[in-house]
Design a protein around this ligand. Structure first.
Ligand code: HEC
Length: 454
């Protein structure tokens, strides 16, 4: 119940970020107000790209042609993901090679209202505050780590930001139409880990970016922002494609860093971990663990560390995604602790994208989740309630009746709409201040495992 107290404190203080300054978010603000001194960092700072287009023309669709315009399958998913990666390669090589890369000029957009969470240099915010090193047992990881993430929408996805946020982002339009993405919309999200090559062999040679951050489970820095390098570990790449994926309308893919992959640069070494285009609701993986999945493909050649955190029944989930969680489950009327329980997948978690969020991201019995220490109270794996998180719904059908479905987009419902609501109505949502795994982000375990306040 300690956590419940922490939630209450958060609600009273309206805390949405973790800047050193007392930050009030603005719709199009760039950062949390902690700016690195010039003596430490003199490069460019993050600029929010928010000139969202009203309309845009979908270009070519090489990912569809790569699979002969047929539905995506376990057998052809690899070609599909490679074609998708190829399509965005020029933009992302430029970004990786060039620190002055300008998303606005290249037609990529960011979500509003997250200024108080964004660090100043790359606009990244905490994905998960503390990944236990035992999640990656055997991978050579020496310490816990935090992840920092940034989402970018391409010019076909951009109009959805315009339709919901309008010119000013003060009064969002939330309807079943405005929340939907156009065919061929592409959304990317990249995740950096604070465990660099010196603490995690798997990150040797990875792209490193300087970030100006407080939350860092690897070093235990948490009082004031400091310049820290972080390494590009995971790169999510999703596309609206109702032709290839008629059940859900989306293909979710992710690339992970593989230090041993062939190639000339870090972009070549970002290899597919897999793809999914549905949750395989017909397979109850607790009851029938060996029944094969038909809406999920995992790349057998992906690096070992990245396959340690796959989701329920080995559905796709990446090392940044919190697909495994410490859970308390009622079994035969008795509370049972399950460590690192595979309890999610990309599309299971994103399937709860609805406003307001009646269900939590994970199959927990309540929202916000009840917890004891780090353990979240969940429905029994494979139970009918649990299966609500493992359906293959179209993006305009919400998980819970009476809410507006947000076409699998989590930044809207879990991040920016909540920040907007809290800033403009003074009515913080219950989820404010939790990281994706349900942990309060202003509670922070230092590297000795001691919980400290930020
Ligand atoms: C346990 C929950 C969870 C899982 C599993 C998960 N995500 Fe997410 N994802 C989120 C949340 C929350 C956000 C929004 C906040 C943020 O940016 O981190 C998000 C944001 C994203 C975004 C930015 C656009 C959007 O929808 O908001 C993409 C793209 C994305 N995730 C792809 C993936 C892919 C691909 C996987 C699987 C490999 C995955 N996610 C697994 C919770 C999850």
């Amino acid at each position: 119940m300690i956590k419940a107290i922490a939630y209450t404190t958060l609600l009273l203080s309206c805390s949405v970020g973790f800047a050193d300054t007392n930050c009030s978010p603005t719709a199009f603000g760039n950062n949390n107000g902690s700016i690195p001194p010039k003596s430490e960092y003199s490069g460019p700072l993050f600029q929010l790209s928010h000139n969202y287009p009203e309309k845009s023309n979908a270009g070519s669709t090489p990912w569809r042609t790569a699979i002969d315009n047929k539905p995506i399958t376990v057998a052809n998913a690899n070609q599909y993901v490679e074609a998708l990666k190829q399509y965005i390669s020029a933009d992302f090589r430029a970004m990786i090679a060039n620190a002055n890369w300008d998303p606005a000029k290249n037609g990529w957009y960011h979500a509003p209202w997250l200024s108080c969470e964004r660090e100043a240099i790359h606009g990244m915010y905490v994905g998960s505050s503390d990944f236990d090193k035992d999640l990656f047992d055997g991978s050579g990881l020496k310490k816990d780590f935090s992840t920092y993430v940034l989402t970018m929408y391409n010019d076909v996805a951009g109009p959805t930001l315009k339709h919901v946020w309008g010119e000013t982002a003060q009064t969002p339009t939330i309807t079943q139409d405005s929340s939907q993405f156009a065919e061929n919309a592409i959304v990317t999200k990249y995740a950096f880990t604070t465990a660099n090559g010196d603490n995690w062999d798997a990150m040797q040679g990875a792209l490193q970016w300087p970030l100006y951050i407080t939350v860092n489970a690897t070093t235990g820095n948490h009082k004031t922002a400091q310049l820290n390098n972080a390494s590009l570990m995971q790169f999510d790449l999703i596309v609206k494609d109702s032709q290839s994926a008629p059940n859900t309308g989306w293909v979710f893919a992710t690339l992970v860093y593989d230090k041993d992959a062939p190639g000339k640069d870090v972009w070549d070494k970002m290899v597919p971990l897999g793809a999914m285009w549905g949750n395989d609701p017909q397979v109850n993986s607790t009851k029938n663990p060996n029944q094969p999945l038909t809406e999920n493909w995992i790349n057998p050649a992906a690096p070992a560390y990245a396959k340690m955190t796959l989701g329920w029944g080995d559905r796709l989930s990446g090392p940044n995604d919190g697909g495994r969680n410490d859970a308390i489950v009622m079994v035969d009327g008795k509370k049972t602790k399950m460590d690192n329980l595979p309890s999610s997948s990309c599309m299971s978690c994103h399937g709860s994208a609805e406003w307001p969020m009646h269900s939590f991201l994970l199959p927990t019995t309540t929202n916000p989740p009840q917890s004891s220490g780090d353990y979240l109270v969940m429905w029994p794996p494979g139970s009918p309630q649990w299966m609500q998180w493992f359906q293959s719904r179209p993006g305009n059908v919400p998980q819970d009746i009476g809410t507006t479905a947000f076409d699998y987009d989590m930044v809207f419902v879990f991040k920016s709409l909540q920040a907007w609501q809290s800033a403009t109505t003074g009515r913080p949502t219950l989820l404010q201040g939790l990281d994706r795994t349900g942990k309060p982000i202003n509670k922070f375990k230092n590297y000795n495992g001691v919980e400290v306040d930020q």
